[in-house]
Design a protein around this ligand. Structure first.
Ligand code: 5AD
Ligand code: SF4
Length: 352
């Protein structure tokens, strides 16, 4: 059943997600790859990922760097961040993502502002534009979003984590607010950011209908970019300790790929990231994500020592080098070196 009714209703999407028919699943992933190539092209855009700090004021029940986890906390110095960004420029990645736990203290906000300006001023290889900057630093007051946008960042990732308010409430402590998250996403858009969002896939008690709802949420929000990935349990978190069951590794991995594929069919012209969380479940997970319709890849540029401490979940990859396996992808993936790789949808809507 690969027809338009599958994409037009929550039930159709949920049914596609539930399917265990290997032929259907294969055809779905292949079709998404075809639609990707036809719409946004076969190029993959790179974002050098810089995990700036594992300090966080929040306490999300699934997260390995939540406030209450006792672990070594770090914060990269400005020089360390700039060194990583220089590597991105030299390797012609085109963009960087600065990601970290949520912090709203003024010293942190100003550090980010300074870093954005400094990264924009870094030299790039001949002919390349200055590095593009994506931020992923949680919920902030609108003035902070404005300050960071004015300093030169132009994309922001803020996952909704789950579009079902009840499930959102089950995976967050009582002082976290779904509505506040929605407002923050709206404000990011109003400030001019390309606002990306996403959710975790295969959470305890999450249903196929919830996941279908996530896809419809991305469409409703008109997200120019989405980064979503499988839930990976972390042993020291309340969600893992609660014992509520969640799908097996194999199931979460397949669901992760199928969510990418369905989203590509639903929103052909957006940017979709092949999330790092896919790699935990399969060493070639991110490449398979690219072959299932994703077009953004984030090589990790965090210095290795700190990378080990950015433990969002168990077995997060700490390996040094990034690569896109030539044999597996068999020439099916080309890298868009030295480009920002903004989402086609956003460029069409803003004539840029
Ligand atoms: N499994 C998968 N993803 C996780 N994140 C946090 N904890 C986990 C986990 N246990 C994701 C969240 C957050 C991003 C920074 O990391 O979706 O938005
Ligand atoms: Fe902090 Fe993000 Fe982890 Fe929540 S998911 S605890 S906001 S780093």
């Amino acid at each position: 059943m690969m027809d338009s009714t599958m994409l037009s209703s929550r039930e159709g999407l949920a049914e596609a997600l539930r399917s265990r028919d290997p032929e259907f699943n294969r055809a779905l992933l292949d079709e998404a790859y075809r639609v990707k190539c036809e719409t946004v092209g076969p190029e993959v855009y790179l974002r050098g990922l810089i995990e700036i700090s594992n300090r966080c004021v929040k306490n999300c029940l699934y997260c390995g760097i939540r406030r209450d986890v006792r672990c070594r906390r770090y914060e990269l110095t400005e020089d360390e961040v700039l060194d990583a960004a220089r590597t991105a420029a030299q390797q012609r990645f085109g963009s960087v993502v600065i990601q970290g736990g949520e912090r709203t203290d003024r010293a942190f906000v100003e550090k980010i502002t300074r870093l954005i300006r400094a990264i924009k001023a870094l030299p790039t290889e001949a002919g390349d534009p200055p590095l593009g900057i994506t931020l992923s630093l949680g919920e902030q007051p609108r003035e902070v979003y404005e300050e960071w946008f004015a300093a030169g960042a132009h994309r922001y990732l803020l996952r909704i984590e789950s579009s079902n308010p009840d499930l959102y409430a089950r995976i967050h402590p009582a002082d976290h607010s779904f509505d506040r998250r929605l407002r923050a996403l709206q404000e990011l858009k109003e400030c001019g950011f390309q606002a990306g969002t996403g959710a975790m896939i295969g959470l305890p008690s999450q249903t196929a209908e919830d996941l279908a709802g996530d896809l419809l949420f991305y469409k409703e929000f008109n997200a120019p970019m989405v980064g979503m990935g499988p839930y990976n349990p972390h042993p020291d978190t309340p969600l893992t300790r609660s014992g509520v069951p969640y799908p097996s590794e194999k199931e979460r991995f397949l669901l992760g790929l199928k969510m990418i594929a369905l989203l590509r069919l639903l929103m052909p012209d957006i940017n979709i990231a092949a999330a790092t969380a896919l790699e935990v479940l399969d060493p070639r997970g991110r490449e398979l994500g690219l072959l299932a319709g994703a077009n953004v890849f984030m090589p990790n540029l965090t210095p290795e020592q700190q990378r080990r401490q950015y433990n969002l979940y168990d077995r997060k990859a700490v390996g040094g080098q990034w690569s896109l396996g030539q044999s597996l992808t068999d020439g099916k993936i080309r890298i868009g070196y030295g480009r920002w790789g903004d989402s086609l949808r956003f460029r069409k809507e803003h004539n840029c």
